[in-house]
Design a protein around this ligand. Structure first.
Ligand code: PGA
Length: 250
């Protein structure tokens, strides 16, 4: 891991209810320990829990984020949708955009670009997900796909300061399969190189996501280039999530 801030982002997907709040006390305790002061924990529960989570974490350094938003910035006649401005109003500071599950539901590269702009305009920090599918990987199209996702997603965005990047190979999400450490390291380096050379953004943060668990975190955290993790399944279990953080930092 780097010596900088290490991000641990909990993507709760469509899980969780009002009772979930009870199982957050140990993570709050952990976040206050000095040893973990370079750890940035961000919980991304469903919309229904954003405000409750934000209130629960109010006196802590744990942040809250949403998992998507509508592409229109403010208010409007869009039944069933939530805008970045409304998310900001819940006390959330972050938002996940471009997740493969949202792409599968119709978020195109272009739509993601507009959503990123809407989120930035509402002063949310963006966790921008990119990643190739198994079919694309088998056809050796990984680099092409990642470049396309990055260039389209960041079109006409000048300031990348409020964007974190998450490399999530689709074939790794929820499958228990992670990339080989050496290959992952190279992939993260390639993404960083694009951001540095093509976007002149040296301070880029690139996280890894896909089946991160207490079992594989030791090998993943050996990759110096990774700035943190986007964690789905394992983050819904407080014990496992804490275990992942401890194993990374120790
Ligand atoms: P997973 O999900 O950790 O359950 O694979 C990661 C994600 O979808 O962000």
């Amino acid at each position: 891991m780097t010596n900088n801030i290490t991000y641990f982002i909990a993507n709760w997907k469509m899980y969780g209810n009002s009772r979930s709040l009870k199982a957050l006390n140990n993570i709050i305790k952990l976040s206050s320990i000095k040893k973990f002061n370079k750890v940035r924990i961000i919980y991304c529960p469903p919309y229904t829990l954003l405000n409750q989570f934000a209130k629960k974490f109010i006196k802590t350094n744990i942040m809250v984020g949403a998992q998507n938003c509508h592409y229109k910035t403010g208010y409007g006649a869009y039944t069933g949708y939530v805008s970045a401005k409304m998310i900001k109003d819940t006390g959330s500071k972050y938002i996940i955009l471009g997740h493969s599950e949202a792409r599968a539901e119709g978020d195109s590269d272009n739509k993601i670009n507009i959503k990123i702009k809407a989120a930035l305009k509402s002063n949310l920090k963006v966790i921008f997900c990119i990643g190739e599918s198994l079919k694309e990987k088998r056809k050796h199209k990984t680099n092409m796909v990642l470049r396309r996702q990055i260039f389209s997603g960041l079109k006409n965005i000048k300031n990348l300061e409020n964007i974190l990047f998450a490399y999530e190979p689709v074939w790794s999400i929820g499958t228990g399969i992670i990339p080989e450490v050496e290959i992952l390291k190279i992939q993260i380096m390639k993404i960083k190189k694009i951001l540095k050379q093509k976007f002149k953004y040296k301070k880029n943060k690139v996280l890894y996501g896909g089946s991160v668990s207490p079992k594989n975190i030791k090998s993943l955290s050996k990759i110096h280039e990774i700035d943190g993790f986007l964690i789905g399944g394992a983050s819904q279990n407080e014990k496992k999530f804490i275990d992942i953080i401890k194993k990374t930092i120790n």
